[in-house]
Design a binder for this molecule. Structure first.
Ligand code: ZN
Length: 449
């Protein structure tokens, strides 16, 4: 389909081509069904039938699918009869769900962080880029925003510069002023205030913790953002206290979205119906299993058949009409992950990304990072081979030492049972600066413990 010219792997060229195609998809796929249930159903069924046709080429789904192509009107019931796809299958035998339809030259690979160690690679075709460009245009329009919007992006990554300019090509070419809200100091205030005033941001964007940290800086007077039209969060579920804090500090609405590395954005919060998220039904089919775990199917990925994939998050599905008039199903009651921040030796709150990256690429049965005091971090590991525990711990100590500034870092091999909480779970992070403590601190005008 695409040429073998080596420029095809040039990120700028690929982006420009995908954004152009995304605009076409926005007009031909996303706009016609936006307020028209019948059209949306037609588009969905046709795309799903195609996805099932491709799934018949994979060894994982083939035994459950007939040789003859699935008709669009049967597609939903055929999908419901397929087995659930667990992350384990992708981790250990990704070839079982690979269609073979996309040449390696055209493949795009996305890496997701594993929950118990091994990362997972998802293979996509170009639709990953084109659909995301298209669906983002619809997303912006829903909130009254336009291409070329200006965004402040809050980050708490210790490796990020204090400020940086970026462009989010797939999000309507948004212009981004990225601010490291974790390392801000009072001497940055005037410079930042001037920068933000000149930049004239429309929105603030970040994970709930990063946005809360921005709220804390704003409260402290270290950050003085001009009036925004909205704050957007992604990546973590959030609680009512967090929402209240965000809307109070920034004096504008807060909207959330739910997504996964495997699929990109899955749902976005309806501006007319807070707490409910419209599913991107043009490109995804979403259902729940008996356990109310979400099952997600990609209708567009031609490289890998991700059907009835179970990421482990719990959700409720609403099919009744939404006050906004959009026919897309909605999700509510999202119970997914909630991250926490690490307090380094200076008391600076930083995100866990770098620490997680090191632990994710180390072959371990399980791990847990604990913090009860700023500057001190304890990492408990359950090695794959217990005989290797001491050596792995020593190597990890060396690797982790460079990720966050600490006074004390302990890494020790343990038995799995030591990681369990009273509720019997073994979370990867047990840190004292959580969304809850941070939003309380901002609300009460105190500094987080
Ligand atoms: Zn709605």
């Amino acid at each position: 389909m695409m040429t073998g010219h080596h420029w095809w792997h040039n990120a700028s060229l690929r982006t420009a081509a995908a954004v152009g195609e995304g605009w076409r998809l926005f007009q031909t796929v996303y706009l016609p069904g936006e307020y028209d249930r019948e059209t949306l159903e037609l588009i969905r069924r046709e795309r799903l039938a195609g996805a099932l046709h491709r799934a018949a080429l994979t060894s994982y789904f083939a035994p459950h699918l007939a040789k003859t192509p699935v008709l669009p009107e049967q597609a939903e019931s055929v999908l419901a009869g397929l087995p659930v796809l667990e992350k384990e299958v992708l981790r250990h035998s990704p070839e079982a769900v690979t269609t073979g339809l996309v040449d390696a030259w055209d493949e795009l690979r996305v890496h997701t962080s594993g929950t118990t160690g091994d990362p997972v690679w998802i293979t996509h075709d170009d639709s990953r880029l084109t659909e995301s460009a298209a669906t983002n245009l619809r997303f912006l329009a829903a909130y009254g925003l336009s291409p070329g919007l200006r965004m402040i992006r809050a980050t708490a990554d210790p490796a990020h510069a204090p400020v940086a300019f970026e462009t989010m090509h797939y999000l309507g070419g948004a212009l981004v002023l990225r601010i490291n809200v974790s390392s801000l100091s009072p001497r940055d205030t005037l410079h930042l205030e001037r920068l933000c005033a000149d930049f004239k941001p429309d929105i603030l964007w970040g994970q709930p913790l990063e946005v809360l940290l921005a709220a804390l800086r704003q409260q402290e007077g270290m950050l003085r953002l001009p009036k925004l039209s909205a704050v957007f969060t992604h990546g973590d579920s959030f609680d009512a206290g967090t929402r209240e804090t965000i809307t109070q500090v920034f004096g504008c609405p807060h909207y959330d979205q739910y997504g996964l590395q495997e699929f990109g954005r899955v749902g976005w919060e309806c501006p007319q119906s807070p707490g409910t998220y419209h599913v991107e039904e043009e490109r995804l089919a979403v259902s729940v299993d008996d356990d109310s775990h979400i099952l997600i199917s990609s209708l567009t990925n031609r490289a890998m058949s991700l059907l009835r994939y179970r990421p482990g998050d719990r959700v409720r599905l609403l099919h009744e009409p939404c006050p906004c008039g959009r026919p897309h199903a909605r999700m509510t009651g999202l119970a997914g992950r909630k991250r926490a921040l690490i307090a380094d030796a200076d008391g600076t709150l930083v995100n866990v990304k770098r620490v997680r990256a090191v632990l994710d690429r180390t072959p371990l049965h399980r791990w847990q990072v604990r913090q009860q005091e700023a500057g001190r971090l304890e990492v408990l590991i359950v090695p794959v081979d217990p005989a290797d525990g001491a050596r792995t711990a020593e190597e990890l100590r060396g690797e982790l030492a460079g990720t966050v500034k600490l006074d004390e870092l302990t890494v020790r091999p343990v038995e799995l049972v030591e990681l369990a909480t009273a509720a019997g779970k073994a979370p990867q992070f047990r840190l004292f600066t959580t969304q809850h403590t941070l939003s309380d601190a901002v609300a009460q005008g105190t500094s987080p413990r």
